[in-house]
Ligand binder design. Structure first.
Ligand code: NAD
Length: 463
C-alpha cells in the first residue's frame, strides 16, 4: 500500500518543485523560496534555465529580479531542466506550465500531462501535486489517474493562480483569495500550512473540490472579460451616437452593486489569459452540451473591438497603404513585457497586412513584439523617435511614462494629414485630454468619448 504521509510538519519549511519558469511558475517558486522553503524551478526550455542560472530573468516583472537573486544567493532557489536526485523527495510539486488554446479554442493540457508523467516517474516520497495552471474541469482527475503509475502516493490539488502580470509579487504575497480544490483533509491541512504566512491578516482560503476550483478560475476571468467587452460595445455605440463612455462608466459604476472596477473601454482585452480562458470556457460548455453564450459573445465583442480600432486608424489616414503609423505601447498592459494577444499585436498585424508601416516604442516589450511579428516593425528606444515622419500615433498601452506627454513635440515630429489637416493621435486607452491634444494643433480620437472627448469632472459625478 502507498503511504499517504505528506511529511509537512507544522511551521516547518518544505522541499518544493515548481514546473514552468514562466510568469506563474517563476513568481510562485521564487515567492515560496522567499517564505523560507527550498524550491527547485524546472523548465524544459534549457535556454531559459541557463539564463536563470546566469542571473538573467527572462521576463519583466517588477521586483522579481531582486527576489530571484536574493533567494539564489541564499541557496533556497535553484533551477533545472528535470528533477534531480534530492528533489525526488519533495513535499509538493507545483504545475505552472502553459495551457494554450488548441485550434478550436479549447485548452491544450498536454504540457500539464507531461509534467504529471514526469512526477509519477521521479517521485520517491508521498507528495502533493498542485495544479496552478488554468485547466478545464476534470483535468485534475485526469492528472490523478496518470499519477497512479507512481510507486508512492501522490495527491492532486487544484490551486488556480490569480496573479496579475505587472503586480504579480504583490498578488503572491497578498492574495485576495487562495482557492483550493482538494479531496483529503491531509492535502487541505498541508496547503493551509504552506500558505499560512500569506494569511496572517485573515483567512483568504476558499476550500472546495477540484472541479469547482477549476471552474472558479474560468468563471472569474470570463466575468472580468465580459465587463470589458460590454464597455467596449458601449464605447462603439457612444462613437456613433455622440454619448461619452467616460460619463457612462461613472454613472454606471456609481451603483455599488456594479462597482467601478473593470469598466474601462479601450482597444480590447489581450494577454495570455482572458482571450484563451474565455474561449476555453466556451469550448468546455460545447463539450458538455451547455453552450456558454455569454463567453462566446464576450470573445466576439472583443474581436469586433480590434476591428473597430483598425477602422479608426484607416479612417483617420484615409487608407492604410503606404502610410506609417507610430505605436506607443506594445505589451498587453503596463509593467509587463508580455505581448501575447496584445491589442498592439493584433493592430500591428492588421496594418502590416494592409500595406502600412509601423514604428513602435515600448519600455519593455519591444524584443517580444519584434519576435511575434517576425521583425517587420521598426523599434525605437526613445518614444518621440517613433513619430518622425509617421502619419498618426496610436497609444496602445497606458505605461506611466506616456501619461503626461509633450504634445507640441508630437506635432513637430508627426507628418501633417492630407490637405494640411492636423495629424491624428488615436488614444486607444482614453488617458489623454482632447483639449491638450487639440491645443497643440493635432486631432484627437479616443474610444467612444463622443463629440466633446472630455471627461466629466469627478465632483460633478460624485466620485
Ligand atoms: N500569465 C498570467 O498572468 C497567468 C495568471 C494566472 C494563471 N495563468 C495560467 O498559468 C499557466 C502558466 O502561465 P504562464 O503565463 O506562466 O505561462 P508561460 O508561457 O509564461 O510559462 C510556461 C512555462 O512552462 C514551460 N514548460 C512547458 N512544458 C513544460 C514541461 N513539460 N516541464 C517544465 N516546464 C514546461 C515553458 O517552457 C514555459 O517556460 C497557464 O495555464 C496560464 O493560463 C497565467
Amino acid at each position: 500500500m502507498k503511504s499517504d504521509s505528506f511529511g509537512a510538519k507544522k511551521g516547518s519549511n518544505m522541499r518544493l518543485v515548481a514546473f514552468g519558469a514562466g510568469y506563474v511558475g517563476l513568481v510562485t517558486g521564487t515567492g515560496l523560496a522567499e517564505l523560507g522553503h527550498e524550491v527547485l524551478t524546472v523548465d524544459t526550455d534549457a535556454a531559459k534555465i541557463k539564463k536563470l542560472e546566469d542571473g538573467v530573468i527572462p521576463i519583466h516583472e517588477p521586483g522579481l529580479a531582486d527576489l530571484v537573486r536574493r533567494n539564489r544567493r541564499s541557496g533556497r532557489l535553484t533551477f533545472a531542466t528535470a528533477v534531480p536526485p534530492g528533489f525526488d523527495e519533495a513535499d509538493a510539486y507545483f504545475i505552472a506550465v502553459g495551457t494554450p488554446p488548441d485550434k478550436d479554442g479549447a485548452a491544450d493540457v498536454s504540457a500539464v500531462f507531461a509534467v504529471a508523467d514526469h512526477i509519477a516517474q521521479v517521485a520517491k516520497k508521498a507528495a502533493l501535486v498542485v495544479v496552478k495552471s488554468t485547466v478545464p474541469v476534470g483535468t485534475c482527475d485526469a492528472v490523478q489517474a496518470r499519477l497512479a503509475k507512481s510507486k508512492v502516493h501522490l495527491e492532486v490539488v487544484s490551486n488556480p493562480e490569480f496573479l496579475k502580470e505587472g503586480d504579480a509579487l504583490n498578488d503572491f504575497f497578498k492574495p485576495d483569495r487562495i482557492v483550493l480544490g482538494a479531496k483529503s483533509d491531509t492535502a487541505r491541512h498541508m496547503l493551509r500550512e504552506l500558505y499560512a504566512p500569506l494569511q496572517l491578516s485573515g483567512e483568504r482560503m476558499v476550500m472546495t473540490d477540484p472541479r469547482s476550483s477549476e471552474l472558479i478560475k474560468y468563471a472569474a476571468n470570463t466575468m472580468l472579460a465580459m465587463r470589458v467587452s460590454f464597455m467596449n460595445e458601449l464605447s462603439r455605440l457612444c462613437h456613433v451616437t455622440g454619448a461619452n463612455i467616460h460619463a457612462v462608466r461613472m454613472g454606471v459604476g456609481a451603483d455599488v452593486r456594479i462597482g467601478k472596477k473593470f469598466l474601462y473601454s479601450g482597444p480590447g482585452y489581450g494577454g495570455s489569459c482572458f482571450p484563451k480562458d474565455v474561449q476555453a470556457l466556451a469550448a468546455l460548455g460545447k463539450t458538455h452540451g451547455v453552450p456558454m453564450r455569454l463567453a462566446e459573445a464576450t470573445h466576439l465583442a472583443n474581436e469586433e473591438q480590434g476591428a473597430f480600432l483598425a477602422r479608426l486608424v484607416e479612417e483617420a489616414l484615409g487608407g492604410l497603404k503606404g502610410k506609417t503609423v507610430a505605436f506607443w505601447g506594445l505589451a498587453f498592459k503596463p509593467e509587463t513585457d508580455d505581448v501575447r494577444e496584445s491589442p498592439a499585436l493584433k493592430l500591428g498585424l492588421a496594418l502590416l497586412a494592409a500595406g502600412a508601416k509601423v514604428i513602435a516604442h515600448d519600455p519593455e516589450a519591444g524584443p517580444n513584439f519584434s519576435l511575434a511579428v517576425g521583425g517587420r516593425v521598426a523599434l525605437v528606444d526613445k518614444e518621440y523617435d517613433a513619430l518622425d515622419g509617421a502619419d498618426a500615433l496610436v497609444l496602445l498601452t497606458e505605461w506611466r511614462s506616456y501619461r503626461a506627454p509633450n504634445f507640441a513635440e508630437m506635432k513637430k515630429r508627426l507628418r501633417p494629414g492630407a490637405h494640411g489637416l492636423p495629424a491624428t493621435i488615436l488614444d486607444a486607452r482614453n488617458i489623454w485630454r482632447a483639449a491638450d491634444v487639440i491645443r497643440a494643433g493635432l486631432r484627437y480620437q479616443g474610444i467612444g468619448v463622443g463629440a466633446t472627448a472630455e471627461r466629466p469632472s469627478t465632483t460633478q459625478m460624485g466620485e
